[in-house]
Design a protein around this ligand. Structure first.
Ligand code: ADE
Ligand code: ZN
Length: 342
């Protein structure tokens, strides 16, 4: 590793846009399969699941991988492998999407039969989270993610669960909407977002990934506090000014956007222009096992392709904690450590 890579690893970082299911590598998938399958899949069979040609294909591949997550043991192992990978990159805090909507959609009969299925899965995830805190010194918050192109009723169930479960599990901090924005924007979710906010949940949203700036305005209009991707804001100077004025935290995912084909190359990604415009930019990996780049890689790529200096990378790391849902005192503690990281 060259000196800048070593320094990036030492730099305390928070990852704010990361899907648990998207961290499952082919080798972890083989391990998962061996937990419950009579004939476990091979590594090459697992690897084949990760090929896709476009954004729609990516969402299908994502769903195929989630299918291997059969129950609590699988979720616990997936979360533990994710935490190990994060800790190895110097990520000290992560806010992770859990595709709760997909769990119910994939297992309708089991869901009918076992009203405690999700509670058992979540207990297993909490075991992994607490182990990560204890053994790796990394903190983890959960974001319950609904799939926007399923039904509003399905999202309502996901957000209701988040509101109920956070009373006993303060690690559940926020809700989000993933899925295919080309099929539906944010307006149908306005009332659900208001109810979630009233229940004390923070609000994130994927916006402007496959769609234009109007989708980003729509996401803001329903109260989204933090926005994922925000790729198309570059086409709307007035929107850029609004994002700057309000210092809306942006969860950017450059490699993801190139790999799903929504951005032609890293050079075309607007991260540099957003940063120079004074937006609150953070760097994230989204689904690293599908896109071949971790968040640590994203910092290195920002340096190599967009000329981010050490001090600018330090600002990106500081932004990741500023934009997190951590308590203020925790944020200040991390900002202090980032300032003195040499
Ligand atoms: N779910 C997982 N990754 C996603 C992405 N990049 N966009 C929308 N939904 C997703
Ligand atoms: Zn995402």
């Amino acid at each position: 590793m060259d000196p800048i890579e070593q320094w990036i690893r030492r730099l305390p970082k928070a990852e704010l846009h990361l899907h648990l299911e998207g961290t499952i590598t082919p080798s972890t998938l083989v391990e998962l399969s061996s937990l419950g399958d009579a004939a476990p899949i091979t590594l090459s069979q697992a690897e084949a699941l990760y090929s896709y040609a476009d954004f729609t294909g990516f969402l299908q591949a994502f769903k195929a991988v989630v299918t291997e997550l059969r129950g609590p043991a699988e979720y616990e192992l997936a979360a533990w492998r994710m935490l190990q990978a994060l800790a190895a990159q110097g990520v000290r805090h992560a806010e992770v999407f859990l595709s709760v909507g997909v769990i119910f959609r994939l297992r309708p009969e089991e869901d009918q039969r076992d009203p405690h299925l999700f509670a058992r899965i979540f207990s297993a995830l909490e075991r992994a989270r607490l182990r990560g805190e204890r053994e790796l010194g990394i903190t983890l918050y959960w974001i319950f993610d609904a799939v926007r192109h399923f039904t509003v009723d399905e999202a309502a169930r996901v957000f209701r669960l988040a509101a109920q479960m956070r009373r006993d599990h303060p690690s559940i901090v926020a809700i989000g909407l993933g899925g295919d924005e080309r099929q539906t924007g944010s307006t149908p979710y306005r009332a659900l977002y208001a109810q979630a906010a009233a229940a004390g949940l923070r609000l994130t949203n994927h916006a402007g990934e496959t769609t234009g700036p109007e989708a980003i305005r729509e996401a803001l209009s329903i109260g989204s506090e933090r926005l994922g991707h925000v790729l198309s804001a570059i086409r709307d100077p007035a929107l850029l000014d609004e994002l700057k004025l309000r210092q809306i935290p942006l969860e950017l995912n450059p490699t993801s956007n190139v790999r799903t084909g929504v951005c032609p190359s890293l050079q075309h990604h607007p991260i540099r222009r957003y940063f120079d415009h004074g937006l609150l930019v953070t760097l994230n990996s989204d689904d690293p096992a599908f896109f071949g780049a971790t968040v640590e890689d994203e910092y290195r790529l920002a340096h190599q392709h967009h000329g981010f200096t050490r001090e600018e990378l330090r600002t990106l790391a500081a932004n990741s904690f500023r934009a997190s849902f951590l308590p203020e005192a925790e944020k200040l503690r991390w900002l202090d450590q980032i300032g003195s990281c040499s």
